[in-house]
Design a binder for this molecule. Structure first.
Ligand code: GLC
Length: 471
């Protein structure tokens, strides 16, 4: 079986969020079980071609987009497993710039629709011209949402599967943009209730199978939670071939025993390294190295739906109880300003690093006691999985993948603190319980050890994808 996996971002080459982690690790987990796996993604200007040994190939093509004819070229490398091929599509006009989706100031590129139309047409061209052979085409998120329809028109025998990583992002495009697409595609598109088109919903309509990244989130979507009526009708129409498969993680890259970014290694049987990492972390972010103080870590895009309005309300109160907070992430300037203010008010207790910092992310996972992830909704979430592995106890809202992966604490079971409904009181209560357990050393130790015993490697989920590919 030949699998082609298409994604707008793939770690470690390009990363804006969790999609990249999945696109970087799932194909390698599938590789041992299939004939070939090839990942296709754009060659952004920021990708370091030398570092990843990305080679040019003879394969090139031209894409017609409206009145323009625009050339592309294929480049490749192999992933760490030496089996998974990574194909990069280059195009000066659309991908030579550094950003994946946005300018350096965070503003989305004006031509994003064109960029990803082009990308998808290039993928289609590579397949229809025979340069890439495929039996199952696995598309991810709206940047690849028109491919299932295009494949249905050109190569209906190829099976298409589409994974929704976040239903919030539709990739809306206008009727004007439609004119750029091939004539065969235009009449088959559906207009939304806003009079435009949604690449995400097109994928839902036209893929052979649709998945999302946790069973809990699949149920929420089918129940219409955070879904408008028009979209709901289109999801409910595919209920029989829609399912949720929880994401796995790369258990070597995120391993407390061998983590390349953390100064001290540890395991559930010897946690001394975790304490040393805690000290290193506090010093690194400029907080006083008080090892008794409970430390809450957070690594997140700074957006409302990750729960920042709630967290912000509770900071002063928990600092007065002796807690420390370390935030890493970028996004909304307003949320960044609030976190900066909080760290100025409490320079020994709150640290905020505005940006993307992979080594610090690993140190936060390794050195914090608890991980704050009170997302209003969360399709899967990966940081709570990394946290469990590092014995950093997650505090999560019971939603989507968070509810599926974190078991609520009781005196002798559970792996984290799970609250509902999504409001200040429920979060406050669960942080209170967390502090109480933290101060009871034996309860905390068994909680940490239970968390670290969980297995979120890809194997089980990869098997579920293989099952779908074979259906
Ligand atoms: C998106 C979702 C997140 C999920 C990730 C990978 O970023 O918001 O919940 O874990 O995709 O599937």
């Amino acid at each position: 079986m030949d699998i082609v996996f298409v994604s707008a971002e793939v770690a470690p080459y390009s990363k804006a969020g969790g999609l990249a982690d999945v696109a970087g690790s799932l194909p390698q987990a599938l590789a041992p079980y299939v004939d070939s796996v090839q990942v296709l993604t754009p060659l952004y200007g920021q990708i370091d071609r030398n570092k990843y040994d990305i080679q040019s190939s003879q394969t090139t093509g031209e894409i017609e987009l409206g009145d323009d004819t625009i050339p592309y070229a294929l480049h490749h490398t192999v992933a760490d497993d030496k089996k998974t091929k990574i194909g990069f599509i280059s195009c000066d006009r659309f991908f030579a710039r550094d950003g994946i989706y946005t300018e350096s100031d965070g503003e989305g590129f004006k031509d994003n629709n064109l960029r990803f139309f082009f990308f998808q047409l290039a993928v289609l061209d590579l397949i229809t011209s025979g340069h890439i052979s495929v039996e199952v085409l696995h598309c991810n998120d709206h940047h690849t949402g028109l491919l299932p329809l295009m494949m249905k028109i050109k190569m209906p025998h190829v099976k298409t599967i589409f994974t929704i990583h976040n239903f919030l992002y539709h990739g809306h495009f206008s009727t004007g943009d439609v004119n750029l697409l091939p004539d065969t595609v235009k009449p088959l598109l559906t207009t939304t209730q806003w009079g435009n088109h949604s690449a995400l919903l097109e994928a839902i309509d036209h893929s052979d199978l649709v998945t999302t990244v946790s069973p809990g989130y699949a149920l929420e979507l089918l129940a219409g939670i955070n879904v408008d009526e028009h979209s709901l009708a289109r999801i409910q129409a595919i209920e029989t071939h829609f399912s949720g498969i929880v994401n796995g993680i790369d258990t070597e890259y995120w391993s407390p025993e061998i983590d390349q970014y953390t100064p001290y290694h540890f395991s559930k049987d010897d946690l001394s390294g975790k304490q040393k990492n805690k000290e290193a972390l506090l010093l690194k972010v400029g907080l006083s190295p008080d090892l008794e103080a409970p430390v809450f870590g957070s690594i997140s895009r700074l957006v409302e739906n990750k729960g920042f309005p709630l967290i912000n309300e509770l900071l002063d109160e928990y600092v007065s109880l002796g807690a420390k907070f370390i935030f890493l992430g970028s996004g909304s300037p307003d949320i960044a300003a609030e976190l900066r203010d909080a760290s100025r008010r409490h320079p020994q207790h709150i640290a905020f690093d505005d940006g993307f910092n992979e080594p610090l992310a690993h140190l936060i996972e390794a050195g914090s006691d608890m991980f704050l992830m009170p997302s209003r909704f969360e399709p899967c979430g990966l940081n709570q999985l990394y946290s469990l592995r590092y014995g950093t106890i997650p505090i999560v809202h019971r939603t989507g993948g968070l509810g599926d992966t974190v078991e609520p604490w009781t005196t002798d079971s559970g792996t984290g603190f799970v609250f509902e409904p999504y409001d200040l009181e429920a979060l406050r209560k669960s942080m209170k319980t967390a502090l109480k357990v933290y101060h009871s050393k034996t309860d905390w130790l068994s909680l940490v050890q239970r968390a670290m015993s969980m297995d979120f490697s890809w194997d089980q989920s990869a098997r579920q994808y293989l099952h779908l590919y074979n259906l």
